[in-house]
Design a protein around this ligand. Sequence first.
Ligand code: CIR
Length: 258
Amino acid sequence: MVSPFAFSHALCRAPAPSAVNGIRAGGGPDPDFDTLAAEHAAYVATLRELGLSVEVLPALDDYPDALFTEDVALTFPEGAILLRPGASSRAGEVAHIREALAARHPVLLEMTVGHVEGGDVLRLADRVIIGLSDRTDRAGATELAGLLERIGHRAEIAETPASVLHFKTGCSLIDAGTVLAVPAMRDCPEFAGLEVVLTPLGEEGAANILRVRDTVLIGERWLATQALLAARGVPFRAMATEHIARIDAGLSCMSLRW
Ligand code: CIR
């Protein structure tokens, strides 16, 4: 079984000043651009400290959410797939990442129908789960499952609870056999065979952790979830994400990894 965390490369994009206008579902205070940029820079530095070769693409001011590279493509050692974001303001981001991916992935496939955002795609050791959401529809998920098969990955299509933006807003892997999930996703049938660890009360926002090799990146304010990781002996790094979170993002969103 291949580790879903054995990354050697990541592709990020610098935030543009327009990032403060990124899509967000709720209210709350606006992000401060300098603080958001500092959070992003610390994230890139951490990926490098963990041993990844990280390229940071230039900011795109016309696309406030373009720093969330995870949503526009999928990357595997076997090849990459260009996606079709469901948010109309994000569709144009795909053209801007095509060249960078083509340069790094000799096999570059492309979706042609429906919509999928990478935040809805959870990679496990033995398969990939594509969560249907407001951003990912069945036509897109079905086509993507076929493209994944072409590069050797089996995919399953799952439901995402209505209250959750992306499938991975509500769940992510702690290790290959353990998923951290919000209570609303506790009974996701696709988690059969995995241990499901629930986010502690009031820490649903912690569910989007990112494991890179042996280390889990987690938002710094999620102390109960950090205690849970510590009790399980999982090494973690607490990351500043407050301003990134103000535009509905977490730790996986800011990179493509392979
Ligand atoms: C959006 O709504 O598209 C951005 N403001 C946040 C994207 C977060 N991406 C992710 O969870 N993969």
